[in-house]
Design a protein around this ligand. Structure first.
Ligand SMILES: Cc1cc2nc3c(=O)[nH]c(=O)nc-3n(C[C@H](O)[C@H](O)[C@H](O)COP(=O)(O)OP(=O)(O)OC[C@H]3O[C@@H](n4cnc5c(N)ncnc54)[C@H](O)[C@@H]3O)c2cc1C
Length: 388
């Protein structure tokens, strides 16, 4: 077995890193996850995630965690309402029914419960919290990891699952993601029934995609009564910095939204009405579609660290979890004569798959931020195709 007597370090305890830890642990491998968050109770931000049968759900099935997922997912949260800028619903999925086993069923789960399912499947000492990787040096045939706290660790094999701003990626490739042309402003409204009652009513526990004027607004209900939203606008890459807006100042973001989304119904202003709604501006990046690098004997990447892409096809977390499944399969297969050969096989298929998905995602990002986006997306949904 390739992993016999090997110590594996996974840097990053997001959905990709934790799925890999679970899959490898099932085979008896020796795995430690080093995670930047101080502890497991740190709030997991962000909207809900829809898992796809052939990727996210396939990884959970292999990890023996589908029953836990079925107990924690949010029935109905996948139901979408597509609206124009006046909040007029042009397509409503609330009457549709699909369930596990249907390839088109994309059940939603909040990020926190997904992380909990994965963490609860691991021994408590598998994840070392408060371990932000600062640097890594080769030592013998393996690596020495140095954390921001000053602590160090060694490993025979390191997997970079540390997301968009990976510290590990530059050790494999100088290639950097390119700007997609769209910047999102993301925020959370707590107690949505009280703080954004009209949008809460429109959501019906599901999702809203509002499209007009080459701009997007995506809103998702979360299980804790909050809602998550993100606007999408075509801007220069440095807009967030150059605009001078302090995105944690609700009044400044409110003023920006009124002006940028002028002509949109007042209902949307509920999103920015409360001082507790702190926003973050995130320019959206995508990996180069032709990226490649030589396979190493003791180092690889998965998830956003390998193939960051914009969120408009709902594939990011699904790709990260499928990477974990494929990498685990390769590292535990009898078919490869060395860890390097296993990594080479995994990376070749991972880059090819992610590249195709990223290409589609970029086309979708473009189409949703162009004139005619509403009719385009309504057409896609009527043809039974889905976005994230
Ligand atoms: C606004 C928005 C909406 C999105 N919507 C969707 C959606 O609907 N569906 C979907 O599939 N995807 C969506 N995504 C993308 C999705 O969030 C990511 O693709 C997914 O989380 C990637 O998983 P990951 O495990 O690779 O990385 P991450 O989830 O980013 O996890 C990385 C982990 O590494 C840790 N870390 C980072 N640096 C270090 C370090 N130096 N040392 C140690 N630990 C470190 C982080 O704390 C984190 O826990 C969205 C993204 C955005 C920005």
């Amino acid at each position: 077995m390739l992993l016999q007597n090997k110590q594996i370090a996974i840097v990053g305890g997001g959905p990709g890193g934790l799925t890999l830890a679970r899959l490898l642990k099932q085979t008896g491998a020796s795995v430690t996850v080093y995670e930047r968050d101080r502890n497991r109770h740190e709030r997991v931000q962000g909207g809900t995630l829809d898992l796809h049968d052939e990727s996210g759900l396939a990884a959970l099935r292999a990890a023996g965690l589908l029953d836990e997922f079925k107990a924690r997912y949010r029935p109905g949260a996948d139901k979408l309402r597509l609206t124009d800028e006046h909040a007029t619903v042009v397509l409503d999925e609330h009457a549709a029914s699909a369930t596990f086993g249907d390839a088109a069923f994309r059940p939603e789960i909040d990020r926190g419960p997904l992380r909990d399912i994965l963490l609860d499947s691991l021994a408590t000492d598998t994840v070392v919290w408060d371990s932000q990787l600062a640097s890594m040096q080769p030592v013998g045939a393996g690596w020495q990891l140095t954390f921001r706290s000053g602590a160090t660790a060694t490993a025979d094999i390191v997997i970079g699952a540390d997301g968009a701003n990976s510290r590990i990626r530059p050790l494999l490739t100088p290639s950097r993601p390119f700007y997609s042309g769209v910047t999102v402003v993301e925020g959370t409204v707590y107690d949505a029934a009280h703080n954004a009652p009209r949008i809460h009513e429109l959501l019906q526990g599901g999702k809203i995609f509002a499209l007009a004027d080459a701009k997007t607004l995506v809103v998702s209900a979360k299980g804790d009564g909050s809602l998550n939203f993100y606007t999408g606008c075509k801007t220069a890459e440095t807009w967030a910095r150059d605009s001078g807006i302090n995105f944690s100042d609700a009044a400044q973001v409110r003023a920006w939204f009124r002006q940028a989304f002028a002509g949109w119904d007042d209902i949307w202003q509920e999103l920015f009405a409360h001082e507790t709604t702190h926003c973050v501006a995130r320019p959206q990046y995508c990996m180069p579609l032709d990226q490649t690098w030589p396979a190493q004997p003791n180092l690889t990447l998965l998830g956003d660290a390998a193939h960051l892409m914009p969120p408009y096809a709902g594939e990011g977390v699904n790709m990260a979890m499928l990477d974990a499944l494929e990498l685990s399969n390769c590292l535990t297969s009898e078919a490869f004569r060395s860890v390097q050969a296993a990594i080479a096989h995994y990376e070749t298929q991972m880059r090819e798959r992610a590249s195709a998905v990223a290409g589609d995602t970029m086309a979708q990002t473009e189409a949703l931020h162009a004139p005619g986006a509403l009719a385009y997306l309504a057409g896609l949904f009527s043809g039974d195709e889905t976005t994230g």
